[in-house]
Unconditional design. Structure first.
Length: 246
């Protein structure tokens, strides 16, 4: 029986075992290389393959929400422009006189008759001193008339504040008195209206006949030489007849 070959094999195995163990555990003088860590190198020297496998996948960008349009309140419609109103035409002062029956019928020595005078100012001018003046031509008289020393007519104005009757001037002449010689009067604003009451009577010794009573609106502030239309901006005539009582 031959045992030498087995002994030789066993001896060879035992002899090689330390070398194998040294290779697995590392020799003390040559330590084994450390295992590679899976964490990224601080110096960033990893291979592209390792970086790609370690980096997480980049998520797809979320869709941007479409902004919702804020409803805009409708602005109120602009009001329609009113058509341009043309300026009012310029108007001037007007003067009217009213008597019962449209005329004054007087009896010499008889009662007085009333009449009214209305002044309507236009929009063109304001007056500071506007007065009403009266004038008539002398009556020619009739056969048998004997004019006396007294005035043939008496004209009076009713004071609206007190109701009293006060005598006013009645000019009897054939010529016109210049307006700048008049004084007095009251203010009259544009578009203002003023109505005043008067009464006229014939004295017992006055003449008889017919002659219109002329009523003027006089601007007492008009300068000398001003046009007659501006000196007396209004005038009107009232028919007048005077007769005897018998």
């Amino acid at each position: 029986m031959h045992v030498r070959p087995r002994l030789l094999i066993a001896s060879a195995v035992l002899a090689a075992l330390p070398a194998v163990l040294t290779a697995c555990s590392g020799h003390p003088d040559h330590p084994a290389a450390p295992a590679r860590s899976s964490s990224p190198s601080p110096s960033g020297s990893e291979s592209p393959g390792a970086t790609a496998s370690a980096s997480p996948a980049t998520p797809a960008p979320a869709p941007t929400p479409t902004p919702t349009a804020t409803p805009v309140a409708a602005s109120p419609a602009a009001p329609a422009k009113a058509p341009a109103v043309p300026p009012a035409p310029a108007t001037r002062l007007s003067l009217t006189a009213a008597a019962p029956g449209g005329a004054l019928h007087l009896v010499r020595g008889g009662p007085a008759q009333e009449f009214t005078v209305t002044v309507r100012n236009g929009n063109a001018q304001a007056y500071r001193h506007l007065l009403v003046a009266f004038q008539m031509e002398p009556l020619t008289g009739e056969p048998g008339d004997l004019p006396g020393p007294a005035a043939p007519f008496v004209l009076e104005h009713r004071d609206p504040a007190t109701g009293a009757w006060r005598a006013v001037d009645l000019r009897i002449a054939t010529d016109a008195k210049p307006s700048h010689l008049y004084a007095g009067g009251a203010a009259l604003a544009p578009d203002a209206v003023r109505t005043e009451r008067y009464r006229l009577r014939a004295t017992a010794t006055g003449p008889t006949g017919s002659s219109p009573l002329v009523v003027y609106a006089i601007d007492a502030d008009a300068a000398e030489g001003t046009s007659a239309d501006f000196e007396h901006p209004g005038h009107v005539s009232v028919p007048l007849t005077t007769r005897r009582l018998v």
